[in-house]
Design a protein around this ligand. Structure first.
Ligand code: FE
Length: 284
């Protein structure tokens, strides 16, 4: 479908608690918006009160999808059952493909100060849900920035119309992930593949999408179809995260940290986890 993407819904999410008492705002994966295929969950954590985050996310499993963590401020340490370990800091990204199974911990690597970031869950097609897990991590300096007139765009995944490519490539849902800073009253236009689902989360300031829908800081907009995004900043400028990816149009069954296609597969995931077989290759 050609044309500018319009805003279909603006969502603020709701307070939630996960891990060992981490306070967060759940925007996708909530009663307000169960999912925006292929996006299954969008959480925001933001606090300068250590009590809100210090418990972190002790070891827990995932199966059937990918988790993307992007840090806006602070440091988080990741460790997993596949042997990966790393600290993601401000401007860094972690792209974890849980696939058939990963057990990991995500812990704040700071005692105080602001911790702010987002976590997005991206679904995997049924045929890849039991494939081998993968892990990628890129620090801020590995993420290229494109300087446009009035805008600075960090390209995390996919590539822009001018060919600036992010470090995350080769993901099955063909994701585009941009971190866009817009100068006051400036307009940003970027090609988005028609048919891809797109969401936009405003980090700071406010943007007006397609000349008509205003989205303010801490709101997420689900965009309708189209082949480009036009977003204008207000007088304070704006920063927003833009994600687009191919919808899978497949059945989704959820069970806590597992997202599969059927209830039976969810029961199997819990049984495999309890038996210590979550990470085993199918049939082994
Ligand atoms: Fe996790």
């Amino acid at each position: 479908m050609n044309g500018e993407r319009q805003v279909e819904a603006v969502i603020a999410g709701q307070p939630a608690m996960d891990g060992a008492g981490v306070k967060l705002t759940r925007i996708i994966g909530s009663p307000e918006l169960n999912r925006a295929d292929p996006f299954l969950l969008f959480d925001v954590f933001e606090s300068d009160q250590p009590g809100d985050y210090i418990g972190g996310f002790p070891p827990h499993p995932h199966r059937g999808f990918e988790t993307v963590t992007y840090m806006l401020a602070g440091r988080m340490e990741h460790q997993d059952s596949v042997g990966n370990r790393g600290v993601i800091e401000t401007g860094g990204v972690q792209w974890m493909t849980a696939a058939r199974g990963i057990i990991h911990s995500e812990m704040p690597k700071q005692q105080d100060g602001l911790l702010r970031g987002v976590q997005l869950w991206v679904n995997l097609p049924a045929r890849l849900k039991l494939s081998a897990p993968g892990y990628r991590e890129f620090a801020a300096d590995a993420i290229p920035a494109e300087q446009l007139d009035g805008a600075r765009v960090r390209v995390v995944a996919g590539q822009t119309a001018t060919g600036v490519a992010g470090p995350v490539q080769g993901v099955v849902t063909d994701p585009l992930f941009l971190d866009v800073r817009l100068d006051p009253d400036r307009r940003f236009v970027e090609a988005l593949p028609a048919g891809h689902r797109a969401i936009l989360y405003v980090v700071e300031g406010d943007v007006t999408v397609a000349g008509q829908s205003r989205v303010v800081a801490r709101q997420l907009a689900v965009l309708g179809d189209g082949d480009r995004l036009a977003a204008s900043a207000g007088p304070e400028g704006a920063r927003f995260l833009l994600f687009a990816a191919l919808p899978l149009n497949e059945p989704v069954a959820r069970g806590g940290p597992f997202v599969m296609s059927t209830r039976e597969e969810i029961h199997q995931a819990f049984a495999d986890y309890q038996a210590g077989r979550l990470l085993d290759a199918p049939g082994s």
